[in-house]
Design a protein around this ligand. Structure first.
Ligand SMILES: *Cc1c(COP(=O)(O)O)cnc(C)c1O
Length: 392
């Protein structure tokens, strides 16, 4: 498998690496802990390969640093964590499909129960297996994705009360625009969820976990915290809104120059010839492309950092390489480090995830989760080591 080849330390592979700084991950979790206090539970969200940072190593680290439990989107992500020997509670946030229930129970994964029908389905399988399934009731307060509408919570509670092989361990909902500067819709969702929580208490479901807040909820809406929070992107050091933040970006994507040339005035660069040099200029090639998750939408809009200076990506990003214009006088040599995402340690110049999202017409979530498994992840404990030279 490619991942094994990438880990072969004897191999001189191409110099494109995602450095994952675990000290920063710890800092971000501690920051969230300092906000929500010691008594609330933190469900660390590690879906989509931990937002591109690597599922198992990040999950292990977060539990070490004090996360109370994990959340993933799909059954298979939960199974991967269990097979890696992780025993902490894991909620699978996504919907149940077909005959997945027995695998949830077998791997001791908590189920998001989105309807009374699903609860009955879960209870039946649990009963056949002679086991108890753990569920979190999923209520929809305005996202319109998964869950029973908040004003029909009774049907969910009635089903949960009838289900004898099912243990309700939580109730939750999801915020649709917690990062928005206009708080009115989020306030409405919080009120609806409070109604649901009160209803649960009236039905005798009191000591269950009540959770609503994603990262935006954690950072901008203390009244959305209830007794458990579900941060994702904030753990990785990227606030849902751009701007100054105490969070520290965890991921750096770096490569090296593999080719240097002078492109003559009037010559075009890359597929479809979308960029033409207006003067003789120095152009370098970097071995990373959209086949790694460096999006093609960054063609002629992206910037990278070389020797402490920003330079533009010129021409179309290809599957395996991109070209950078250093200008007629720019300085960059074969082997020089190229920072694609994150900070250049020497100069402190930072290519921010929010900037990249803006250049490519998307959101920071997609920038991070798109970095795929062809890029090896290297895990670091300390800031200083975060350079390709440690691999040389
Ligand atoms: C992805 C997800 C989260 C985490 O969202 P962030 O915005 O990354 O903090 C929390 N809850 C649910 C249900 C999710 O799907």
């Amino acid at each position: 498998m490619l991942s094994e080849i990438l880990e072969d330390e004897q191999l001189v592979r191409r110099p494109t690496t995602a450095f994952i700084n675990l000290s920063r991950l710890k800092h971000n979790l501690r920051y969230i802990r300092s906000l929500v206090g010691p008594d609330r539970k933190i469900m660390a969200i590690v879906k989509a390969n931990a937002y591109g940072h690597g599922l198992v190593p990040v999950a292990r680290a977060l539990l070490n640093y004090g996360a109370d439990q994990l959340g993933v989107a799909f059954l298979e992500e939960g199974i991967a964590l269990r097979r890696a020997g992780i025993h902490a509670p894991i909620l699978v946030l996504g919907g149940l499909i077909g005959n997945q229930v027995r695998h949830f129970i077998e791997y001791n994964l908590q189920i998001a129960a989105a309807s009374s029908f699903k609860i009955e389905q879960v209870d039946e399988v649990a009963s056949e297996m002679g086991q108890k399934a753990e569920i979190h009731l999923k209520v929809d307060t305005g996202m319109e994705r998964l869950g029973t509408h908040w004003d029909s919570t009774e049907t969910l509670l009635a089903a949960a009360q009838r289900a004898k092989h099912t243990k309700v361990v939580g109730v939750f909902s999801h915020l649709a625009e917690s990062e928005h500067s206009d708080h009115s819709f989020t306030k409405k969702q919080i009120e609806r969820f409070q109604y649901v929580v009160d209803m649960c208490a009236r039905w005798g479901f009191r000591s269950i976990h009540k959770h609503l807040a994603n990262s935006g909820g954690v950072l901008y809406h203390p009244d959305a915290w209830f007794d458990m929070v579900r941060p994702g992107i904030a753990l990785y050091g990227v606030p849902p809104c751009s701007g100054p933040s105490p969070l520290q970006p965890v991921l750096r994507l770096v490569s090296r120059i593999v080719y240097f040339k002078v492109v003559g005035e009037g010559s075009s660069v890359s597929y479809n010839r979308t960029w033409t040099a207006s003067e003789d200029t120095r152009v370098v090639t970097v071995p990373v492309g959209y086949g790694d998750g460096y999006m093609r939408a960054l063609s002629n809009t992206g910037q990278v950092c070389i020797r402490g200076r920003r330079y533009p990506v010129v021409g179309n990003v290809t599957m395996d390489a991109l070209m950078v214009n250093l200008g007629p006088q720019g300085v960059g040599y074969n082997g020089d480090e190229v920072v694609l995402i994150g900070e250049d340690p020497a100069s402190r110049v930072t290519i921010g995830v929010h900037e990249i999202a803006q250049w490519s017409g998307t959101i920071p979530y997609e920038v991070l989760t798109t970095i795929n498994t062809r890029v090896p992840r290297v895990y670091l404990e300390e800031e200083e080591e975060s350079s390709l030279s440690t691999l040389a």
